[in-house]
Every structure is written in C-alpha cells, then in structure tokens.
Ligand binder design. Sequence first.
Ligand SMILES: *Cc1c(COP(=O)(O)O)cnc(C)c1O
Length: 358
Amino acid sequence: MSGWRSLARADLLDFGGYDAAEPEHGYVRLHANEAHWQPAGGDDGLNRYPVPQPAELVRRMGACYGVADEAVLATRGSDDAIDVLVRAFCRAGQDSVLVCPPTFGMYEVAARIQGAGIVRVPLERDLGFTLDFDGVLAAWRPPVRLVFVCSPNNPTGNLVVSRRELEALCRELAGKAMVVVDEAYLEFAGAASAASMLADHGNLVVLRTLSKAFALAGARCGALLARPDLVAHLRGLLPPYPLPAPSVARAVAQLDMEALRALDEHVARCRAERERFARRLTESAGVRRVWPSRANFLLVETHGDSQRLIAACRAAGVLIRDVGRQEGLANCVRITVGAPEETDRVIECLRAAEMAGA
Ligand SMILES: *Cc1c(COP(=O)(O)O)cnc(C)c1O
C-alpha cells in the first residue's frame, strides 16, 4: 500500500497533467511557441519556458531537507503546496480538511476555494496551544482527507506536537487521512524535521519554504516532501511551468553551503533578538502575556483592548498583525521579530498606548 492512493481523488489518479515541453539539450526548440530572440536588455534566457522541476534546485532542496531528490516537489511557496494537496485529495462538496485553530489561514482558504469542508479541532490553549490528539482522532470522519499540523504554529509560535505524538498520529490515521506537517518556521525552532519519518509513514507530507529563514519570500519557492509516487502524482497537478527562472536561480544560490552558513547566523541573531524583545515586552505594563516562541514572531496578549497598540504602532509607522478574532486569541497580536531598532519602536508604541489608555 502506498498509503495515499486510497485517499486521493480517484478521478485524478491516472491523470498525467499537461504535457510540458521538457528541455532537451542540443535541439532547436520549435515545440513551445517561444520567441527565438532575447527581450531588449536581456541575455538570461527568459525567452524560453523554465524547466518544470529544475534538477539542481530539487537536488539542493533534497540535500538541505535530508530526503532523496524523488521525495521533493518544488512549489511556488507552501501556499502552492497547500493548494495542490487540497485539489488532489478533496472532491468539491464531498471531502474535508481538518485544521487546528488558531493556525495559518491558508488551509481554510484553499479548502474554501476547492469547495472542501472544514473540520476544526482547536489547539489546547491551557496546555500552551498543543495539539488535541484525542480530539483530532475523535473528530475524524471518512470525508476528512487532510489533517493540517502547523509546527511551529503560526500564530502561536510553539511546536504543537512531539515527534512521538506525530508518529502516533500518522499511525492512527493510516488509510484514513493524510497528515500534512507545515514546517515553515522549523529553522527558528532548532528541532528535528518530520521528513525523516516519510519512509515509515505513507500518509505523511512535510512542507518547507524559502520564505522565512531563507529570506526569499519574494521568490515564491517552497518544497513539498513526500513519498516519490505521491510527488510524481502531484507534479502532474501543478501548472506546467510553475517556477519562474529568476526565482529558481536565486533559490539555487541560496541553498549552497556558504549561504547556508550565513542563514545559520541570521537565524541565531533572530533567536537572540526574539528573547530580548520578549523580555522587554514582558516588562511592559500594557502586556498581559508573551507566549514562548520557537519561530520568528511573538504572540502577545495586551491588557485591555489590543486595538490601542495596533493603532499606536500604525501611527508610528509600524504594522503588526491583529489576530484577536482567532479562536482563543482575544486581544492578541502577532509581531515579527524584526531588527532591534524596529522592535524597539514597538516597545515605545506600547508606552504611548498605555499613556493614551491611562
Ligand atoms: C509564512 C508561512 C508559510 C509560507 O508560505 P509561502 O507560500 O511559502 O510563502 C507557510 N506556512 C505557514 C504556517 C506560514 O506562516
């Protein structure tokens, strides 16, 4: 058993997707209706369609994430990966995804667009926003095809499951649902990836992105890690030439050894600043609580109305995220760990908001 085939949309199982014009070296390309000239000012080959899954990018992602090349699907960020998973596993009007709020909003957005249902099993706030393991198993019904687990979770910042629990979740849901672990912030957590569990669990998918620690949000590059046969299947459901060539070139450069060492330094600095910022916030009178974070942002609960802080920050030219309408997060904001001079401005805004509210 492959572990995923019985859960995927049966109507797409033998669908190979669009027949893209693969690059074949040494041939004159008259099979893709491209221009044979370079655009004005360009000599970078952008007149040609890019390779659908660039081998060097896939190889470097595989090496970086500790999996074989065949286990990597390069995507336009994790958003693209989430979207293709929902389309591959959920029949409109029939199947559902399971999410654990408060969490990343794109799981529900992708489900809405596909016409899939949404089952919500809130994280356990009193236990530091950890996964309600028994609640997830109890909520499972045959239409639930995908269970999204975001760890470290956005916007709470914590690891929501232990490795042992994740193993158990995959085991309990084998043949019932795919477990999709979103590791967008894993570099900041210094924890092990679930990717090493792919060999043992055919219903596991891991999402990684270059948007956060790799500082390439504008390039729109991410990776979906899964069993090779699932990667091959999903590849056929992506657009024929998903990855723009300039983005691929930047991503490949960012995944070499020297760039990875620089990344480690940035991540270490971000973690140090995260702790400094958290301390200063905790000392501020207007802050009720700062949750421990393993990511590059902090979840902060204000005393009283969080709109005062949000408005004070905006007036000072700083945008912070209002997450107060999410499950269990009344008067909470999510603040990215920026440069020290940027987070200092937030502290100043807190003082201003306190004075305005006093
Ligand atoms: C930022 C983020 C992503 C990254 O999305 P991209 O499309 O790769 O930019 C994925 N998951 C979560 C939880 C995020 O917060």
